[in-house]
Write a protein that binds this ligand. Structure first.
Ligand code: PGA
Length: 247
């Protein structure tokens, strides 16, 4: 179901004390916002302690992992499975460009991990995006997604979230324009259909968020650096809510 989602990807930052403070601050900061689903994706080590802070009863705040392995259990040293986190994570990020770049993940991995997430009733946030910017490069994300979804049942597409993340915009302070992102997302919707929420990610901040979420094509954002600053992340959520109408 389409809805406004703002997810924060903390990547490999902070210690447990930082994570607890940040989670408490953003939880309190968005308590009065309606029509928003906020997702915090901390390092896996912090998921269980943070789940105590978030509690079980909140519908509008949830946890996501930054990755899962495609098997549920077994001799896979160092890995964490969907089965292990499903009680506390509503979401998991799959196929982030950093996983693809530094850990050699390819479309087959993304497909297998997506299936593992769905099997464990965790919503995958599949990240796709082109490495370099050219006038036509926005077309590549939908092609990548098609490869990533090979073997994933079409009837499961409505259970996914996709995040369009042009790699050239991640961590660079040079976000895509909302028009450019909307063009890529329109093609992504031709792959996954109209029911799947599609986010934008790449140098999102409190100033530029509304430009994205104001557009009917864009259902929210996956935020990296700016999600580590409580005030900025809360402001992103507030501005997104103000700009959005799903009516
Ligand atoms: P950024 O990261 O907001 O720091 O550009 C986005 C992401 O990696 O998802």
């Amino acid at each position: 179901m389409r809805r406004l989602i703002i997810a924060g990807n903390w990547k490999m930052n902070g210690d447990l004390a930082d994570a607890e403070v940040l989670t408490t601050m953003v939880k309190n900061g968005v308590a009065n916002l309606s029509g928003l689903e906020m997702v915090i994706c901390p390092p896996s080590l912090f998921l269980f302690p943070l789940s105590e802070i978030i509690g079980k009863n909140l519908k509008h705040i949830s946890l996501g992992s930054q990755n899962i392995y495609h098997e549920d259990k077994g001799a896979f040293t160092g890995e964490i499975s969907g089965a292990m986190i499903k009680k506390i994570c509503r979401y998991t990020i799959i196929g982030h460009s950093e996983r693809r770049e530094y850990f050699g993940e390819d479309s087959e991995d993304v497909s297998d991990k997506t299936k593992a997430a769905i099997r464990n009733k965790i919503i995958p946030i599949i990240c796709v995006g082109e490495k370099k910017k050219t006038a036509e490069s926005y077309k590549d994300a939908a092609k990548e997604l098609k490869r990533d979804l090979k073997g994933v049942d079409k009837s499961d597409y409505a259970k996914l979230v996709v995040s369009y993340e042009p790699v050239w915009a991640i961590g660079t302070g040079r976000a895509a324009t909302p028009e450019y992102a909307a063009k890529a997302i329109t093609l992504i919707r031709e792959v996954v259909g109209l029911k799947t929420p599609v986010l934008y990610g790449g140098s999102v901040d409190a100033e530029n968020i509304a430009g994205f979420t104001r557009r009917a094509e864009i259902d929210g954002a996956l935020v990296g650096g700016a999600s580590l600053k409580a005030k900025e992340f809360i402001k992103i959520c507030e501005n997104a809510v103000k700009s959005k109408s799903f009516a």
